[in-house]
Design a protein around this ligand. Sequence first.
Ligand code: PLP
Length: 375
Amino acid sequence: MELFDVYPRFNITPVSAEGCWITDVKGDRYLDLYGGHAVISIGHSHPKYVRNLTTQLHKIAFYSNSVQNPLQEEVAAHLGRASGLETYRLFLCNSGAEANENALKLASFHTGKSKVIAFKNSFHGRTSAAVAATDNPAIISNLNAVHQVTFLPLNDVAALENALSKKDISAVILEPIQGVGGLEMAQTSFMEETARLCREHQAVFIADEVQSGFGRTGAFFAFQHSEAAPGIITMAKGMGNGFPIGGILIHPDIKSSPGLLGTTFGGNHLACVATLSVLNVLEQEQMLPHAAQMEGVFRTLAEGIPGLKQVRGKGLMLGLEMDFQVADLRKKLLYTHRIFTGNSKNKNLLRILPPLRIEEKELQLLFSALKKELL
Ligand code: PLP
């Protein structure tokens, strides 16, 4: 049997990894400035993560949500403390798309309405409602297109107010910093206005923190660089450091009832231990302030790079916007300099999403490689 051919893949076969480094099948080492698409938060094979998951595997790996699972309550309590969002409630699932799917569904249950506002260049995942709220017609099938989604320009308060004033909007879904879209940032004032207008017009403000959450931008969630209070916050990626887990945080105004949401695998024992390990290491190793500090280091190192238009992003969700398309440069970084980087919808943007433990000396390797290629 062959694999269904949907992924363009690099010709590299990782077999092990540690911290910010990946080793391939030939024994060559690569610097991981991509984190498997912002997934590796505390670093590959962190000893505490490995130990905790191994111990849990020997106890019980999985049981369904038909029984008590105190690990889920531990995750909720720790997440509340770490994010400062103690009054929200937690629903656990398995991925970013599933988190957004549940958030959009819950908003519709809560408001009794079904229309959604999303933003130009958004990416929210590939399940039915999540993909319909994604600004990429190539991945939306006729089956998904039944969802009624309007795409507005980011940071346009007047357009948002006008759309919400019709009173038929169930949810506004927004990435505080667009990932796949190319690191376009929602202004803090725009997020605050979105929260206010959603309250005024009985819509739910969903902050999609699947990529920007869990400390990546130096705050626990990226919306927390503003004063906005979303109705629902979605998360995944860095939450499990590679173990599949997602979740949504739900404002106390939104009511639950038995059977409203559900999943077989969501919040299983191993997944909870993965997230608890991430939360503990983020705290113990002070990774949020470290991410904020590394942004400054990165910006300083980037000064004077030929062809650089601007550094985009926040914390360790960063990108170098060049005055040329970066596809070839990205290949050279990988095959010649053994450095993983990311791309986006913006063809001129080289994306940097490293594990949050990245150090200056590792970032320097990127910039000396860039100088060799560009000077
Ligand atoms: N939302 C955002 C902002 C993302 O960047 C992604 C994935 O890249 C998703 C949702 C979908 O997450 P997943 O691939 O885990 O379904």
